[in-house]
Design a protein around this ligand. Structure first.
Ligand code: AHM
Ligand code: MG
Length: 341
């Protein structure tokens, strides 16, 4: 029987061999993983645990919250507030930052999360997930504030997600490649099931909510039109399409077999850069995908280079196989240049 490597062992060995996982960060990742295990148990219980349906409340983005959105948010806060590794947390489900209460010691890290991504899939028993991003404070001498969080994604110390699907899988980067762990339910432990994940540079599969196509900008429509034209069109090859409506599950497929995920700007709400949030959706996914050899852009620039202005900032997202993402960037630049002529 091949030797099983647990998440703890993986992190300890990474720390020992490369020395780039400080003790506080290792503890933080283990606590987040433990919280995801608890969320996974609730997700699995479904109707039996009375966790389905709406909570009849709205979050800061004006979206109706599901019971599981709130449960997952509480689990992540309760698990992380007392360990001494964090200064504060931020979440899709909370308007402002959550500063670690005075009764606990404060650490130097900050945790951001989308506690339950793909909320529209909860009640229909389709894969959903948790996305998280870890930042470090630049200056610990003054009280932590929202301004400490407003760092570009390239400064993330770690990022990951947990997908609650047919299997529960945790995918993680600490800036040295991407590793995947599968939850062994009988043992209650995370087992390393893949390391050094690489996304193929080329793909024939895209993920987009095609019902919105007519509302997208010309370079985006050009890209999709060419994919749809298949072997008879400019690309000279057929494309397949997948859309799960859980970014976690769509990105997980892309990390597994390649592809490109797109959630672009939409002219119905021109003042919004996109639907997805930069700091706890696009940044962690961008970090993971880049660490796996892929790319992530908003059409104009690399996602990880965007300087955030606000915690809940939205962004247009094109992420996945490198050559497709580069092509999308080129189409956006060409459109910008021709509009200046
Ligand atoms: P959520 O965080 O409120 O669940 O919203 C984000 C989700 C993404 O996971 C997914 O890619 C997208 O919204 C789906 O949007 P749509 O329903 O427009 O297809
Ligand atoms: Mg989300």
């Amino acid at each position: 029987m091949s030797k099983r490597v647990s998440l703890t062992q993986y992190l300890v060995e990474q720390q020992r061999e490369h020395g780039h996982i400080p003790g506080q960060l290792r503890l933080l990742i283990e606590v987040v993983a433990r919280a995801c295990k608890r969320i996974s148990i609730s997700v699995n219980k479904g109707a039996l645990g009375d966790v389905l349906g709406s909570a009849e409340t709205e979050n800061v983005q004006g979206e109706m919250q599901k019971k599981l959105d709130i449960i997952a948010n509480e689990v992540l806060i309760e698990a992380n507030e007392w360990g001494g590794h964090l200064a504060a947390m931020a979440s899709e489900e909370m308007e402002g930052i959550y500063v670690v209460p005075n009764r606990f010691p404060q650490g130097e890290y900050m945790l951001l999360f989308d506690p339950l991504d793909g909320s529209s899939n909860i009640d229909v028993n389709v894969s959903i997930g948790t996305i998280f991003s870890v930042l470090k404070r630049d200056d610990s001498s003054r009280p932590v504030s929202e301004a400490d969080f407003l760092q570009p994604g390239r400064q993330q110390a770690a990022a990951g997600y947990c997908v609650y699907g047919p299997q529960t899988t945790l995918v993680l980067t600490v800036g040295d490649g991407v590793a995947m762990f599968t939850l062994d339910r009988e043992q209650g432990s995370w087992v390393l099931t893949q390391d050094g994940i690489q996304i193929p540079e080329d793909t024939q599969e895209f993920a987009a909510n095609m019902s919105n196509l007519r509302h997208w900008a010309p370079p985006m429509r050009r890209y999709i039109d060419e994919c749809l034209a298949g072997t008879e069109g400019a690309r000279g090859k057929d494309f397949n399409m997948r859309w799960i409506a859980s970014m976690v599950a769509d990105v997980h497929r892309i990390l597994t077999r390649g592809g490109v995920f797109i959630y672009p700007w939409d002219k119905r709400e021109p003042q919004k850069a996109g639907k997805l949030r930069l700091m706890y959706e696009a940044n962690p996914m961008g970090f993971l995908v880049e660490q796996a050899g892929g790319a992530a852009t908003n059409g104009q620039q690399r996602i990880l280079d965007i300087q955030p202005d606000t915690l809940h900032q939205r962004v247009s997202v094109m992420i996945g196989s490198k050559n497709e993402v580069d092509r999308l960037t080129r189409y956006h630049h060409e459109a910008a240049q021709s509009s200046q002529l």
